[in-house]
Design a protein around this ligand. Sequence first.
Ligand code: ANZ
Length: 844
Amino acid sequence: EEMYDFAAIQAKWQPIWEDLKPFSTSDPEDSRPRKYVLDMFPYPSGDLHMGHAEVYALGDIVARYWRHQGFNVLHPIGWDSFGLPAENAAIKRGIDPRGWTYDNIAQQKRSMRLYATSFDWDRELHTSDPEYYQWTQWLFLQLHKKGLAYRKDSWVNWDPIDQTVLANEQVLGDGTSERSGAVVVKKKLTQWYFKITDYADRLLDDLNQLEGSWPAKVLNMQRNWIGRSIGADVEFVIEGREERVTVFTTRPDTLFGATFMVVAPDSDLAADLVAGSSPEVQASFQEYLVQVQRSTEMERQATDRPKTGVFLGRYAVNPVNGERLPIWTADYVLADYGTGAVMAVPAHDQRDLDFARAFDLPVRVVVDTNAAVTGMIPVITPEMLDGTEELPELDPASTGIALPGEGRLINSGPLNGMSKTTAIKRIIEQLAADGTGRAAKNYRLRDWLISRQRYWGTPIPIIHGADGAEIPVPEEQLPVLLPASDGLDLKPKGTSPLGGAADWVNVANPIDGTPALRDADTMDTFVDSSWYFLRFLNPTDPTRAFDPKEAEKWAPVDQYVGGVEHAILHLLYARFITKFLFDEGYVSFTEPFTALLNQGMVILDGAKMSKSRGNLVYFTEEVERHGVDAVRLTMAFAGPPEDDIDWSDVSPVGSSKFLARAWRVARDVTSAPDVEWKSGDAALRRVTHRFLADAPGLVESFKFNVVVARLMELVNTTRKVIDTGPGPADAAVREAAEVTAMALNLFAPYAAEDMWQHLGYEPCIALVLWRKADPTLLVEEAVTAVVQVDGKMRTLLEVSPKISGEDLEKMAREAVPVIRSIGEREVVRVIVRVPKLVSIVTRS
Ligand code: ANZ
């Protein structure tokens, strides 16, 4: 008897598929409805790992499923192939990052093809190809044209080991670099930014459209990242200074409770204010500033840290009551949030209260909070409860606990007696009327810093004139090619390695021909991946980034699949660029990814599996040992796709056994393809058609593991019919085997194709339409339940074999013969054995 041999089956079908190209989307006449299924593209950091094996298995289920449902499915793949790992490997080994990258791509591609991912390989792209990055540069120029790409001097997070700028999100909670582990420091540099903050409201509000089709967790992460605060800007006159200082507050209702002002030490404002102070103040300010610059943003925001600061010797005037407020500087106020200055209301803000108590500044309560409602009662001791000690007052100055809750305004002149909401409204009206303030919003979101002082990235298409002018490279001169790396010092030193490419950097000013310099920075690789889903529509078009007509046909992406590690930045940037392209008229939609599936991680004994931790289980080894199909099936069967998979808890061996069983069933079928289905075993046909009816809903709600379980049940039932029932010639056996092959194509395409051939069909099973369930076979069989009253059979009920105990008892009690038989007697006990028996015991 022939054995299921996964290696032989793989070797047989892979070349046939490559030849037949069942996943091609190149036919413009194709009239099927369309779906765009996209898996996050990989970074080519060596061979594929088990995390890839998971995401590409899951994405492929979705893509293959929609093809079975009659859709023309675009399922492309490419490589996010610029980036630091290539450069670091190149430095370490003295090789070319380009060579390293493309070798890895070749390796990953071989693995992906073997892995039977249903990609349209004709659309493959690499972000590091000039044919691609030319259009990343084009995108930069469009943003630049609209004032959305700009340069500014700013404090940046600096990784002293990798010698590069880091985005905030690359700095971990403990202030170290996500990449190198170095303690991140602050450094002032002139950097390119994209003005994503112009889109903050839309990026936030449009998340509502994605409710239900994106994971709630991701929506929340995006919301928090954007972090919109609503409040007011309030202007304070500064004694001895012409310009007023504006503060942002979410609590303008507490303006009468402001007792001092605090400005960020590293803000221009602090430097300006201190310039007008005494030399002693200036000296202590300078000393403080040095100390502050050694700490990270995380540390500065930590609430458990003792408050530090310096009085600047200056005073602000409260616009509502004319009070003089001393101006302090303290590191808990951040330079780049709001205006970098706050009105301190210590009674109602904990940070301000901690500061006021540390420096003995006044505290004035202006909101009478109801302690019971706000839960702000300080710790109550047993002595307080038995009356031997007094209950504490709600006096923040003595308790040290601020009162941020709601209440009635007091000590606030015209606001007295008002609620918070009314007071906020009233005070904003008054400030606006006086010209000293207005309603305002603030965001946690900052502009997107895109400059990188590294070699292996997309060159920024800007030329700097001798006069300091920033001249965009004319579009017809794109791409600005990345020069060869040989001869360049790639070692990080804080300036871009491209600066060392003299022939490349020195150019003629495109306007007047005078000597000029190319911008030597490269772009953050998140720029490359912010628009790649559009390039798949025309990956080889030399004339434009993408064809808007193709975008109209295919985009937005119907289903995006990838890791939750991209829940914030990549998705936010792609959403931003999509909205920008919408504004510019290039696309007609405002969200790039209609639905999102985040897969969990693959772990081994609880440890995350990724390149950085040294792959604990190797993709190639597992595929060699168990076969592609068994690995893919294991990924699907392990549990809900969002959950982590511990590879030591799952059984690729079990998957392999199941595949052999399914394959064997197809081998055993002896009837011909034109057999009359209706003649088949009815019970098996019911199981088959129940599966056909249920599987689509299960796949569409990502319950892949349930589909696999149901498929196992179908195979077992079929096996029983072959061995102990009507036998292998029964039409229902063929039907079940065909449905099994088709459904198995979602998870185990090699076995499925091979089964399909044994069943007498030509390849490719991937293009076979999903069989329609026959409704007459979905009606469940009825069973007969006996109802007894005091041991005597009173009636028979026809019920579903799956009826619940409650329903069965209810039906029994409502049956007329039963009601008659019970009469006036009392029911003392009911015994229910679903689905066959209800026994009622009575007492008169
Ligand atoms: C007075 C006040 C009274 C405040 C009160 C709060 C409570 P979110 O919600 O995060 O937007 N703030 C403003 N700019 C700041 C900065 N650059 N660094 C540190 N803190 C800053 O917080 C806004 C509140 O944080 C603002 O409202 C301000 O303090 C403070 F009972 O103003 B509030």
